[in-house]
Design a protein around this ligand. Structure first.
Ligand code: HEM
Length: 523
């Protein structure tokens, strides 16, 4: 018996050592190939197992910004075209050269996403953010019309209505108060996404332990993201099995708990999808004539038409309820925190830049008398607000780079070569100072900078990414930000928090460590 245990142990040790040796060799090979081909045009960084997460944490600790290590390379080593971060298990190629970023954003169909959070396929895998090829094309074509000017304009009443819930607990006599800006704005952006998707509210929807459903969607996504990046067990498992394989076999107790929580969310949302399907059917209108009023009805119309004749439809074109549920989750995930980030960081910038704040208030006062009466056309007169928001997306980028991509084949275009065993990303934040006059003093908040001439290279600043997989919701995000900011600025005064130190942590999106960003008082 003891001999058997001994033999099993040595066998395990041998197999484990071989696997480690293979990974070490693969990693070393990447280093040698790229060093030989590009020399100092590539910046190499290495930390065993943790790789990227280690450098983000170090950067946060030392520079109060999880992405500072990339900014540093862009500023101090202008000859560097890409950063390769090696960990032995997951090796990243991050393009920072504008020409290379252009190539990659133009050739997005050569890459796909198969990772992001633990069990990403369960929550998000069949949705616009993560699908690729034919399925992605079909979804993008179906959803594009919902983001056109007229569709967005139709959502203004919901946006205006929700904006009024901002800090509704604050009374004028309380004076200036520190509140969690991220949380307050996220409550609004989250309801806007839900109401525009389902045409009803999720405010009073709770999961079994009493937590709100939307809070749970945010929490599980964040926890599953952190787990994917930091659990040695999952990192090791997924390096051999891929994210999807590793998420569903040999599950640890934590993984089982995550999967159960995800199941609960999916089940509740599927009930809402069923309810919406029944609502459409019960109108009695011929489905071919039905005029969808929101995202879900666009889907339901297609879904019900397909159900009449499923056999004639190619597999990739069949819409499932799972896809509809995941589409809601994706809009929620992609559109809630990011837009809340834009609004709350703009408030932070205004509180800390008095001249900008006063100039913007003057513009708002001159053009808008009453929030309730203010029309969509009034927005066109607020040119300075445009600049303020643009500057906010530049300086306080919601994400420094795109989600990692993989490719089945080595990629080559002109002098750019990417091996298929690398995870590929490109920088979307603006970091280099020497690109043009526009980006002079680029750590300062100066909305007027965009009046100082032309940006030499458009790929230097692409907060919503670029190319075919750019952000489908970017105009909606800007529209929401404008209406919500105008409401806040007309009804509240803001001031900087004394001794506040901005520290940016990289969660699924960027976020300040201390979310009580400004002092705020109801007028
Ligand atoms: C300030 C707010 C926002 C920022 C900064 C932002 C940024 C981005 C970025 C950088 C991407 C590319 C990600 C990648 O390729 O890895 C993206 C994609 C996407 N965004 Fe946004 N986003 C914002 C708001 C929104 C909103 C409001 C929605 C939906 C209502 C939305 C929905 C999406 C979707 C569905 C994709 C995937 C598009 C595709 O792959 O075809 N985003 N966003």
């Amino acid at each position: 018996m003891i001999n058997l245990i001994k033999i099993s142990f040595y066998l395990f040790l041998t197999v484990f050592s071989i696997l480690i040796a293979i990974q070490v060799w693969k990693t070393l090979r990447i280093y040698l190939i790229y060093k030989k081909k590009y020399g100092n045009q590539i910046e190499f960084m290495f930390f065993p197992l943790l790789g990227l997460i280690y450098f983000m944490q170090k950067s946060l600790k030392e520079n109060d910004d999880g992405a500072h290590f990339i900014k540093k390379v862009c500023r101090e080593k202008p000859h560097v075209k890409a950063i390769i971060i090696l960990s032995g298990l997951f090796n990243y190629f991050i393009a920072i050269d504008n020409e290379w970023i252009k190539f990659l954003s133009q050739d997005q169909d050569r890459f796909y996403k198969n990772d992001g959070i633990f069990a990403f396929s369960k929550m998000y895998g069949d949705s616009l953010l993560f699908t690729w090829s034919k399925m992605w094309k079909r979804q993008r074509a179906l959803l594009n019309s919902s983001f056109h000017y007229d569709s967005l304009k139709a959502r203004v009443p919901i946006i205006k209505d929700e904006a009024k819930n901002f800090c509704n607990f604050l009374k004028p006599e309380q004076g200036f108060v520190k509140v969690d800006m991220f949380d307050e704005t996220q409550k609004i952006t989250s309801e806007i996404i839900t109401r525009t998707f389902f045409n009803r509210e999720f405010k009073n929807k709770f999961i079994s332990n009493g937590k709100s459903l939307t809070q749970e969607i945010g929490d599980i996504t964040q926890e599953a993201y952190n787990y994917r990046l930091s659990s040695p067990y999952f990192i090791l498992k997924s390096s051999f099995l891929g994210n999807t394989g590793a998420s569903f076999i040999l599950n640890s107790p934590t993984e089982k708990e995550y999967l159960q929580r995800m199941d609960q969310i999916l089940k509740i949302i599927e009930q809402d999808v069923d309810q919406s399907i029944q609502e459409v059917i019960s109108t009695g209108i011929d489905i071919f004539e039905y005029q969808p009023r929101n995202f879900i009805e666009i889907y339901i119309k297609e879904y019900l038409i397909q159900q009449k004749n499923l056999k004639s439809i190619p597999q990739a074109d069949i819409i499932t309820k799972k896809e509809i549920v995941q589409q809601y989750l994706t809009f929620y995930f992609a559109g809630t925190e990011t837009t809340a980030h834009l609004i709350s960081m703009t408030l932070y910038a205004l509180a800390n830049n008095k001249q900008v704040y006063e100039k913007l208030m003057k513009e708002i006062k001159e053009n808008i008398k009453q929030y309730d009466e203010f029309q969509h056309n009034n927005l066109l007169q607020l040119n300075y607000l445009d600049l303020v928001i643009k500057e906010s997306t530049r300086l306080y980028v919601a994400a420094p780079f795109i989600f990692p991509r993989v490719t089945n084949q080595d990629y080559k275009r002109e002098n750019l070569f990417i091996r298929k065993d690398l995870l590929v990303m490109y920088k979307i934040a603006q970091y280099s100072e020497d690109q043009s006059q526009v980006f002079k003093d680029s750590d300062l908040f100066i909305p007027e900078r965009f009046l100082n001439g032309k940006i030499n290279n458009p790929y230097e600043m692409i907060p919503f990414s670029s190319g075919s997989r750019n952000c489908i919701g970017q105009h909606m995000a800007i529209l929401e930000a404008k209406y919500i900011l105008i409401h806040i600025l007309m009804n509240f005064e803001i001031e900087p928090v004394p001794n506040y130190k901005l520290s940016i942590i990289q969660k699924v999106t960027n976020a300040p460590l201390d979310q009580k960003l400004v002092l705020i008082k109801r007028k």
